[in-house]
Design a binder for this molecule. Structure first.
Ligand code: C6P
Length: 411
């Protein structure tokens, strides 16, 4: 039996909301990072208090146990995302490093002048800049699958874009539009064209069930800190055959089998990609976060997000002079809504919401400048939800936006 997701009860799991300074905080910046439940904080403290040692290095009992905990966390992640094997799970610092790992360890070595890499206009900079860098080093070209005015990928030009493509890198869900992309369809199309697929799932894995084996992608990236886990830990899922044939990303301890004066050979996957002392605390934390979310089940987490997004689209649409970007249907969105309000600068609006209403939202380009250019905007304000947010909080946001109109004399 899953635990029922009641936001008021869930909120009590998160110590930050009991802190006298933040007790009344309406935290709507979950797409940037989520708060951490007691269960995750305790797992990390427990690790440091009772099991801390370097991993994969010691033969003494404490180090062996620390190694077991680290590798158990990897198995937990593999199971959570439906990987066929724990060997397909590489621990990284986050989504950004996961995508860079693919760009440098796979693409840089495999792309030639004239090859083509395809991304989309709705990507976060983490899924644009590594490809720009690799294209400039290899002479490959970068093309952008367009976004429609209503915030979807324009699939009418998908085949034309994928023709001759070696890599197709796209987001599962946009951190600005909220759009959930038809990932299976995109992977299938890329396969037919022989392109390697890289899925940026930073905004999707924390919010809904994901099964990488069903999706059939080659790589998939996400971060622990957007799903109740700590910062500095992320995951790169990679299809085993690809990981096996790839060269390492970084060199150093642990990723080697043997180092000689005249060269080195590599450890097995996934350790080949984990140079140096790993973030064991982070691995413990992400596994604890998965345990925490799994009490509710990811279907329930998704339903809760959906309810809040429906509510937000409904009440925000009634605010005068608001322009909401992204799909009209909440079903096509992950739990976030970005908008502009009259001619109020999003930074001024976010400050007003914080000072007057204790509402934390993000304002700016959200590390998606090309998308904002496409939308004809320089910045938006974004409210993003998670399991401790309630419908009442969304109502307060709508009321606050109306007050902002009169405060800024923009009504
Ligand atoms: N987006 C946001 O406020 P890192 O920083 O490596 O954990 O995640 C990068 C990243 C990659 N892809 C998408 C779709 C993302 O949303 C993010 C992080 C945050 O929107 C911080 S800029």
């Amino acid at each position: 039996m899953s635990r029922r997701l009641e936001p008021e009860v869930v909120r009590a799991d998160f110590p930050i909301f009991s802190d006298p300074r933040w007790r009344d905080l309406i935290y709507l910046d979950n797409a940037a990072t989520t708060q951490k439940p007691r269960q995750v904080l305790e797992a990390i403290t427990e690790y440091y208090s009772r099991l801390n040692a370097n991993v994969h290095r010691g033969v003494y009992e404490l180090s062996v146990e620390a190694t077991e905990v680290y590798e158990r966390s990897r198995r937990r992640v593999a199971e959570f995302i439906g990987a066929r094997s724990w060997r397909e799970v590489v621990f990284t610092r986050g989504t950004t490093e996961s995508i860079n790992l693919v760009a440098y360890a796979w693409a840089l070595r495999n792309l030639r002048k004239g090859d083509k890499v395809v991304v989309t206009e709705m990507e976060h900079h983490s899924n644009v800049v590594p490809w720009q860098l690799v294209c400039s080093l290899t002479g490959a070209t970068l093309s952008y699958l367009p976004v429609t005015d209503d915030g979807y990928l324009d699939l009418s030009s998908l085949d034309a874009h994928l023709k001759g493509a070696r890599v197709f890198a796209f987001t599962y869900a946009s951190n600005v539009l909220g759009t959930i992309n038809p990932v299976r369809e995109l992977v299938k199309a890329a396969r037919e064209h022989g392109a390697v697929t890289v899925v940026d799932a930073a905004q999707y894995v924390p919010h809904a069930p994901v099964n990488v084996s069903d999706i059939g992608c080659d790589f998939l990236a996400f971060s622990g800190h957007k799903m109740c886990g700590p910062m500095g830990i992320g995951v790169l899922y990679g299809r085993r055959e690809l990981l096996e044939e790839m060269e390492p990303f970084q060199g150093g301890g642990e990723m080697i089998r043997e180092v000689r004066f005249d060269g080195s050979s590599w450890n097995e996957v996934p350790w080949k990609f984990e140079a140096g002392t790993p973030n064991v605390e982070g691995a413990v934390g992400i596994a604890a976060a998965i345990d925490y979310l799994s009490q509710f089940g990811m279907d329930q987490v998704r339903s809760h997000d959906l309810r809040l997004t429906e509510k937000a689209l409904e009440v925000l649409a009634e605010v005068p002079k608001i322009r909401i970007v992204g799909p009209e249907s909440a079903r096509d969105r992950c739990g976030l809504v970005s908008f502009t309000l009259a001619d109020i600068h999003p930074h001024d609006l976010a400050e007003f919401l914080d000072r007057r209403f204790r509402i934390a939202v993000r304002a700016g380009h959200h590390c998606a400048m090309p998308l904002h250019t496409r939308l004809g905007l320089t910045a938006t304000t974004r409210a993003s939800f998670y399991l401790y947010n309630s419908e009442q909080e969304v109502e307060v946001l709508a009321r606050a936006l109306r007050e902002a109109l009169s405060y800024f004399r923009a009504a």
